[in-house]
Write a protein that binds this ligand. Structure first.
Ligand code: PHE
Ligand code: NA
Length: 452
């Protein structure tokens, strides 16, 4: 295999600025937007959740995206190395992130497997009872694990081949296609009889529903959806050239990601009401609702097939980034080859994922106690610990790191190598004071310790 001059054999480099953007958008847009956002909105008061979510994206999304990209590009190393290079003893911040990415991918791959199953089910049909079909599938012991294996295996193969190349090309086609597909589904969904109820639920925030719980859910989702708080954007930024305009990227990536999430909500929630499903259904919401929508469309089978294939590509471009964080650590710190690094981590994540999958059925009685006073099955445990604790903690620490350890002026200098930095003053205040305080307060209330 020929290497471009700027590449080191194991690390790699983006082939172009566009390639990076595609990969970063590919990382951000994934199951978080299509699968998680709509069901979280459904569980948390609809419009109330959307409002809080958008507010938090505006404040945190841009600020922390820019923070991570600047740390990554400045240090040129994996998440752990980046922090420890800038300040001895701070590698643990990256370490938390690597752990988070590792745990997320373990269950993300299980949901990726559900998507694969629904590609097949688009053709074979899901029968009259959409809920029963989904529940039967995820609670069975063997089939979901096989799909999980396939999803994890495909992720591993792509990551072994290195970061540039395939991902960029795929994302370039998948993202616009996904967008058009979502438009089509939104049009069908909002014109269903009884959809207006759902539209109202989704768009009008009921202020009495804006509780602390909504803030907690929205905060976790902001981190998860934007791939923040775990060094993913540090790692991706480390492959960037000094000419890159980081400020522009930090505005563009969260905007596109939020657009897709909000569209997914428009595609799903009106239909939920039109067909009489429950908005608080949870993780099954997309898988139960969309087949009903497709059934009500001409050429529904074709639309369903194309849609789930696109969701699969969106999911895999995210899972690749999750794996890359861990693998970059293996390469840079443990001095493993890319191949060994991928194989070792994939195996462990696959095994943890088996537990996550079984916790939907056979192992549903196996509960893990957590510091918030609740006990969770393996799948939920991985989700709760990462989205509501590790990612916000990672984001909090990265803000503190820039504000008080590396120093805002140093970060600003790094950002400015790519062009002027129009929001310098605003960003400086956000990263040093507003973001850490906001995240800290929500994180503290997440623990439930304040209520006791
Ligand atoms: N942002 C991805 C999604 O929305 C998930 C992800 C989280 C990817 C963290 C990388 C890092 O699906
Ligand atoms: Na996302």
């Amino acid at each position: 295999q020929q290497l471009k001059p700027e590449q080191t054999p194991e690390r790699g480099m983006w082939s172009s600025r566009f390639g990076f953007l595609m990969a970063a958008v590919g990382s951000a847009v994934g199951l978080g937007n299509l699968w998680k956002f709509p069901y979280l909105a459904g569980e948390n008061g609809g419009g109330a959740f959307v409002l809080v979510y958008v507010g938090l994206v505006v404040i945190l999304g841009f600020t922390l995206m820019l923070a991570e990209l600047s740390i990554g590009r400045h240090t040129n190393s994996d998440a752990y190395g980046a922090y420890s290079k800038l300040k001895k003893g701070w590698g643990f911040v990256g370490g938390f992130g690597i752990l988070a990415g590792f745990l997320i991918l373990s269950y993300y791959s299980v949901v990726g497997g559900w998507v694969l199953k629904y590609i097949v089910a688009s053709v074979t049909g899901v029968g009259a009872d959409k809920g029963a079909y989904f529940t039967n599938f995820i609670t069975s012991s063997v089939e979901p694990v096989i799909y999980h294996l396939i999803f994890m295996g495909l992720t591993a193969i792509i990551v072994i081949r290195g970061i540039s190349g395939g991902i960029e090309k795929a994302v370039k086609i998948v993202m616009p296609a996904l967008f058009i597909m979502l438009m089509v589904i939104v049009l069908r969904s909002v014109t269903l009889e009884g959809a207006s109820e759902g539209l109202k639920y989704y768009l009008t925030p009921n202020f009495s529903e804006i509780t602390l719980k909504v803030f907690i859910a929205a905060l976790g989702q902001v981190f998860f959806s934007l791939s923040l708080g775990m060094g993913c954007m540090v790692t991706y930024g480390s492959y960037l050239s000094k000419q890159e305009d980081l400020e522009k990227d930090a505005l563009l990536i969260p905007s596109l990601d939020s657009l897709v999430a909000i569209m997914a909500g428009f595609a799903i929630l009106p239909a939920v009401f039109a067909f009489g499903f429950a908005p608080g259904e949870g993780p099954g919401l997309m898988f139960i609702t969309l087949p009903a929508v497709f059934e009500s469309m001409p050429l529904g089978t074709v639309f369903s097939l194309i849609f789930f294939i696109l969701v699969f590509f969106a999911a895999i471009s995210s899972s690749i980034s999750l794996m890359e964080v861990t693998v970059a650590f293996g390469i840079d710190r443990l001095k493993w080859s890319r191949k060994v690094s991928v194989l070792v981590f994939t195996t462990v994540m696959f095994i943890i994922g088996i537990g996550a999958s079984l916790s939907m059925g056979a192992w549903s009685d196996f509960l893990i106690p957590w510091i918030d006073g609740n006990s969770y099955g393996i799948f939920d445990f991985l989700d709760v610990v990462t989205s509501y604790y590790l990612l916000p903690l990672g984001g909090l620490l990265s803000a503190i790191f820039i504000g008080f350890v590396w120093g805002v002026p140093n970060a600003v200098k790094e950002i400015k190598t790519g062009g002027n930095f129009r929001t310098e003053k605003l960003w400086s205040v956000l990263i040093k004071y507003i973001v850490p305080i906001l995240v800290f307060v929500i994180l503290l209330s997440t623990t439930g310790l304040l209520d006791r």
